[in-house]
Design a protein around this ligand. Sequence first.
Ligand code: SF4
Ligand code: MG
Length: 363
Amino acid sequence: MTTEIMPAQNLPQIKGVKDVPYEELFVSGHRTCQGCESALVMRHMVKASGPRTIVLGSTGCMYVANTTYYTTPWVVPWMHTQLGASGSAALGTAAGLKVLMRKGKLKNEKINVIAFCGDGGGADMGIGAISATLTHKDYNCLVLLYDNESYANTDIQLSSQTPYGAVTTFSPSGDKKRLMHTRWKKNVPGMLAAGHPESRYIAAGCAAYAVDLMNKIRKALELGGPTFVHTLDPCPKGWDYHPQYSQELGHLAVETGIWPLYEVIDGVCNLTGPTRQIAEGRKKRKPVYEYLKRQGRFAHFIDEDVEHFQAEVDKMWTDWLIPGVIPFTVPAKDVAILKIDKKPVHEQAPAAGPAPAAHQKTA
Ligand code: SF4
Ligand code: MG
């Protein structure tokens, strides 16, 4: 059986807003809430990928609200897939296309396969299938996780992406217990990047930085193999704010350092946008309070909750091996470990240590 990779798309990087394609492939006809940033992610996603794209949507807001009563905003072919199945749907579709092209039943051409999932479908239920897909380097497919930090489609239940302390229908704030949810958000793109060295592209983006996001989608599709992009999407309904502030909240999530923008290309991590400016000291991180106070889901926070939130975000920037990406590091006494000899084995100097025993010496 042949294992060659299908040709990947030729999608040049977008230099600025004037360079963004005019063509819309996600149009009117959807029923997402006013100010829905996830809908904007869908729009940017297909604008970047172009018309030769198949979109697969697992159950969630972006499936249900986009395919109601025989209406749809998708101009490209799309298909519904099961909740939790974005990884397997992406891989299966890429494999099916490859077989049909090999058998001559489809013209051999570049077709993008993008499967999207929400945080419930991707970070919770579907993480196993996404992980498996990222190890199958013979197939070109992108999994895009649009993260509105709750099971928004079924009325804002808690997910592993819900931030510390936020109110959801499963974590109301009460007189006896102010904070029902006290777990820190699961670091999905960092985890996938660290654990899937054969995936050529894994990134974190936000639709508030549209060109950055579109370029990440393009890079993922152009590099080929199984790839992954995670977006943070302000959701007026779940986060409880006026819909006109979605973009502003996207900016604040990045500017406070809560949601770092980055991409890992062939194992090399590049911080992008304001995240890079913060890391280089060209921009100051804003206090998390500026982000939290804008949202009703944090309205019950008292000073100590804000301080805890700030301390955890500070830790991401001061203690993590790569700020906001790789959380672990080594103890100060072992810092030499980070300076490990990176030469190939046959070029490495012999380790310092006791001389070999006499019987090991060769003449
Ligand atoms: Fe968009 Fe949130 Fe409304 Fe779902 S609930 S359609 S994610 S704004
Ligand atoms: Mg969600």
